[in-house]
Write a protein that binds this ligand. Structure first.
Ligand code: DMJ
Length: 589
């Protein structure tokens, strides 16, 4: 049964009801009715009901006081449909919902396989694939998706994907016109190969991982040790640039360290580790990381501070590096704790009306570090990863010594900082869920946390530039991103509270209703606040590797990828936690 939580976005439910009405309508015409007057009668009743539901929906949409009704639960989510979630302290699978997610993955994958097998990127509306190089793909989509297939036990899909890797994957690709992004190639392809290797023990994946990493190593040949933004894989040459984004430089470490542990080749470890030493040396008094660094001298460039794009995974990997090596490297604990203090000192805010927790951005006003910083209440969807990360950090880095933290954690098991982080993580997740109070139940790419033009009544956040009937601003899109779902997965595992599953199911329904293409695949929603939705011709690879994987894991048994045994890289590729054996870490306190 579904316990106390009972949360679901009202708008998502309304759309579900409307859409459920439409399906039988078309079927009826051909299949059900023998007499035309009976058909007319039924049809009239259906239209009246639709009209009524539409009127109620419109009323709620425009006149409701809070957009989300936290106590509402639709009929189809009632007791009998939701199996026991927790038994004897173990989190159990919810098989029907888990299987619905698997079906969604098949819908996304089979369209890609039909239209674009082997291509790096997929455009599901035009039924086309595209590569990042003119001479062929590097497995961006396929390798990114393999471990999701393995976890979902999709044997046939897996065997075709593995066959493609066996016969067609090559990294000696022409990088002259379109070189490869060091960070994206690492998190998607190297991360995907490593997790596929861990899950199958097939040496083929490790062989490819070594080939790829060797081609990428020259990216680290800079005076500072920070990696170059781009790499020519064919020529094995980094492409120099004056700056690099902080998140990109500091989100390679889990992958290169894992490869070092697997191969015993310490060069992978030390190249990635050097980056962390450079970043630590550049540390600011606030312990926050501006989003740009100089590739030459490894200092921060005067730039925005935010947990969204180009900042996000720096903070994520501080914690995860600490966890990856069984908490044996206190240097990352210290960096993580200091960064979380900085976040609480400068970035965590609440809206005045509903007290929604969000993270603001800081923009430097003047030309040098002595400047003042403008605080902007603007939050990327990307920031929502932090909610789950804070909760995970609270129960690990923030646990009292020699304490096994309970599920859900008792506050007496956590340090003061752990309690603070837990509370902020829980509140931030609610704030992220509030950005799902939209016409689609999906959240926008960027939310401004103050009421503004175009915001629904009583919604104390808005989408910049949005107006009814106007063209959709960039901020209004939903690109099938995973961050809120990732946090819901972690919240579920760390609490066993079914409300997090209900939230995740609500988002999944929004995706099914508004981003799914009937002919196969899913696409970016251009405006989360307008239905019916218009779609952009892109199915991001992280939809297969992250969004659907985290949804699947939310409804799977807790033994499927235990948090005690794995850390997820930032693209949701699970890598095992290990004690460094043959490698001696050089970056220490
Ligand atoms: C993913 O590619 C990674 O999670 C990255 O760190 C930032 N976010 C995208 C998906 O939104």
């Amino acid at each position: 049964m579904l316990c106390g939580g009972r949360k679901f976005p009202k708008w998502g439910w309304i759309m579900t009801s409307l859409s459920n009405w439409q399906v039988p309508r078309s079927n009826c015409v051909t299949k059900t009715f023998s007499s035309s007057s009976a058909w007319m009668r039924r049809r009239t009743i259906q239209y009246l009901v639709l009209l009524f539901v539409g009127a109620v929906a419109t009323h709620l949409y425009f006149f409701s006081s809070d957009g989300i009704d936290p106590s509402y639960i639709p009929d189809w989510l009632q007791e009998d449909e939701t199996p026991e979630a927790v038994s004897k302290g173990r989190l159990l699978a919810d098989a029907p919902k888990r299987n619905a997610v698997v079906a969604a993955f098949k819908h996304a994958w089979s369209a890609y396989e039909r239209d674009a097998m082997g291509s790096d990127e997929y455009h599901p509306i035009s039924h086309q694939g595209k590569n990042l190089s003119h001479t062929g793909g590097i497995g961006y989509t396929i390798v990114d998706a393999i471990d999701t297939m393995l976890l979902m036990d999709l044997k046939e899909e897996y065997s075709r994907a593995a066959e493609w890797v066996r016969t067609s994957l090559r990294f000696d690709r022409d990088g002259h016109s379109r070189c490869f992004n060091t960070f994206e190639t690492t998190i998607r392809v190297l991360g995907g190969l490593l997790s596929a290797h861990h899950l199958t023990s097939d040496p083929m994946y490790l062989h490819h991982a070594v080939d790829l990493a060797d081609r990428m190593l020259p990216a680290f040949d800079t005076t500072s040790g920070l990696p170059m933004t781009s790499i020519d894989l064919e020529q094995r040459k980094g492409i120099a640039d004056v700056y690099i984004s902080t998140a990109e430089a500091t989100t390679l470490q889990l992958e290169f360290r894992d490869l070092a542990q697997l191969t015993g080749n310490e060069i992978y470890w030390h190249k990635a580790e050097k980056v962390m030493a450079v970043v630590e040396k550049a540390r600011l008094p606030s312990n926050l990381a501006p989003i740009s660094m100089s590739a030459n001298d490894g200092t921060y460039l005067l730039s925005d501070i935010r947990l969204g794009s180009r900042g996000d995974s720096y903070y994520e990997y501080l914690l995860k590096q600490y966890l990856q090596t069984v908490r044996t490297e206190p240097v990352y604990l210290k960096m993580y704790e200091d960064a979380m203090q900085g976040i609480h000192d400068h970035l965590v805010h609440k809206t005045p009306k509903h007290k929604l927790t969000y993270l603001a951005e800081l923009h430097p006003r003047g030309p040098n570090w002595q400047t003042t910083w403008d605080v902007e209440p603007k939050q990327d969807h990307l920031v929502c990863f932090l909610a789950g990360s804070l909760m995970l950090g609270a129960t690990t880095a923030g646990a009292l010594p020699n304490t096994k933290v309970s599920v859900p954690p008792q506050m007496s098991e956590l340090t003061k900082a752990g309690r603070r982080d837990w509370e902020t993580g829980v509140a931030l997740l609610e704030g992220c869920m509030a950005t799902h109070q939209t016409a689609t139940g999906l959240s926008p790419e960027i939310a401004q946390f103050r009421p503004g033009p175009g915001s629904l009544p009583d919604r104390d956040w808005h989408i910049k530039g949005w107006r009814a009937g106007g063209s959709a601003p960039y901020d209004a899109r939903y690109m099938l991103r995973p961050e809120t779902i990732e946090s819901l997965f972690l919240a579920w595992r760390l609490t066993g509270n079914p409300k997090y599953r209900a939230y995740a199911w609500g988002i999944f329904q929004g995706i099914e209703l508004h981003a799914r293409l009937p002919g196969g695949g899913y696409a970016t929603v251009l405006d989360v606040d307008t239905v019916p939705t218009k779609l952009d011709d892109k199915q991001e690879t992280f939809y297969l590797s992250e969004t659907l994987k985290y949804l699947f894991l939310t409804f799977a048994d807790e033994d499927v990828i235990s948090l005690d045994e794995y850390v997820f890289n930032t693209e949701a590729h699970p890598l095992p936690i290990f004690r460094p054996s043959s490698i001696q870490p050089l970056f220490t306190l």
